[in-house]
Design a protein around this ligand. Structure first.
Ligand code: CP3
Length: 341
């Protein structure tokens, strides 16, 4: 097997870890900004297979990353389920909200998602033809809780307040919504795999705000259900789970969900994670993305410290969260050089 990401996911310890970055195709790259301009808005770019595959390939050409992540967004699934979706420049996503039974009943059936999402599968097909032989193609979706926080609030929220409120006030409706997103996610990821995705990642960006039993019920359990269903259909496709903000609850996440790899944010130290998480399987992470803005000696030292801490087991190098638009593209090269030498 020549693909280093697949080797790490198969449990292999490598001298030099494979590398990719969350949001590696994004606004910090001038070539991304140019293609986005050509597409018009962000959603037009997502639904244009030629241009979406082009921006997916840009960071691979520039940096030679070991993995390419499909260019799309976690909010395309709610849109395919019938939510209105638009992006306000400088502010982020806006959606029509689901807070009542009547809103929920208006959503489309899960099997209807392909009508909207077929251009995304086309992007995956183009990429599986065009990527270099050594590059792993990663598909993705949002985790049900994180997607629900946007569907309930109609936008991003600092504390996921509206979603917590619905959970407390109408748990039956909240769980129905999570169930529907879970089913939709299984279908969406299955289609990506059938189109050529070799690995899939589940982004639970707001898992950290689930307290007590809620973490088990709404972060662990939906991930377990999705992974079990995918493994039944596609037993050889590895799954990366990213319960961002899980803190000490990263421990045991492999076993509880069946994830092949647990992606770590920068809220845990590499030494702690090597001892408590990597013992259970492959880990991904976890350089602070602010180093891509500040650079310097600290970037190099932190990068090397992460590689060293995880050198005893399977590891995929990544940031702890997405690279930000103010990052310096040269710092990405410095990070890669610090890893590959
Ligand atoms: O990582 C990649 O390069 C692949 C593509 C990707 C995007 N979004 C493209 C994007 C992926 C994997 C995502 C995941 C995503 N989207 C998450 C989970 C990961 C995380 O960051 O926590 C979430 C919560 C979203 C929802 C979303 N999309 C928000 C909140 C925003 C606005 C904030 C922002 O960064 O502007 C987006 C927009 C978005 N998604 C952009 C990109 C490149 C920027 C859009 C632009 O070009 O203007």
């Amino acid at each position: 097997m020549t693909k280093t990401i697949l080797r790490a996911l198969a449990g292999e310890t490598q001298d030099v870890p494979p590398i990719w970055m969350m949001r590696q195709a994004g606004r910090y790259l001038p070539e991304y900004r140019a293609t986005r301009e050509k597409a018009g808005d962000f959603l037009s770019l997502c639904y244009n297979p030629e241009l979406a595959s082009e921006v997916t390939l840009q960071p691979i050409r520039r940096y030679g990353f070991d993995g390419a992540i499909l260019f799309a967004d976690i909010l395309l699934l709610p849109q395919a389920l019938g939510a209105d979706l638009w992006f306000v420049t400088g502010e982020g996503p806006r959606l029509s909200t689901v807070t009542t039974e009547a809103d929920f009943e208006k959503l489309k059936p899960v099997h209807a998602i392909d009508e909207t999402l077929s251009p995304i599968y086309e992007t995956v097909k183009i990429l599986s033809r065009e990527l270099p032989a050594e590059t792993t193609l990663i598909g993705f979706a949002g985790a049900p809780w994180t997607v629900a926080t946007y569907m309930i609030a109609g936008k991003g929220t600092p504390d996921q307040g509206p979603a917590h409120a619905l959970k407390d006030e109408n748990r039956a409706l909240f769980e129905q919504l999570l169930g529907k997103i879970t089913e939709g996610t299984i279908e969406y990821l299955s289609r990506q795999i059938e189109a050529g995705a070799e690995v899939v990642k589940i982004f639970d960006s707001w898992a950290g705000s689930l307290q007590g039993d809620d973490f088990q019920r709404y972060a662990v359990e939906p991930a377990r259900i999705i992974i079990e269903a995918l493994k039944r259909r596609h037993p050889d496709v590895p799954v990366i789970a990213f319960p961002r903000g899980a803190a000490e609850r990263f421990k045991g996440f492999h076993a509880a969900t069946g994830a092949t790899c647990v992606a770590l944010d920068d809220g845990v130290t590499p030494d702690w994670a090597a001892e408590h998480v990597q013992v259970s399987g492959c880990v991904q992470g976890n350089l602070k993305s602010s180093h891509m803005v500040t650079g310097g000696e600290e970037l190099v030292a932190e990068t090397r410290a992460i590689v060293e801490a995880f050198s005893g087991g399977p590891h995929i190098f990544n940031l702890g969260h997405g690279i930000t638009p103010d990052a310096d593209p040269d710092n990405v090269s410095r990070m890669i050089e610090a890893i590959r030498g």
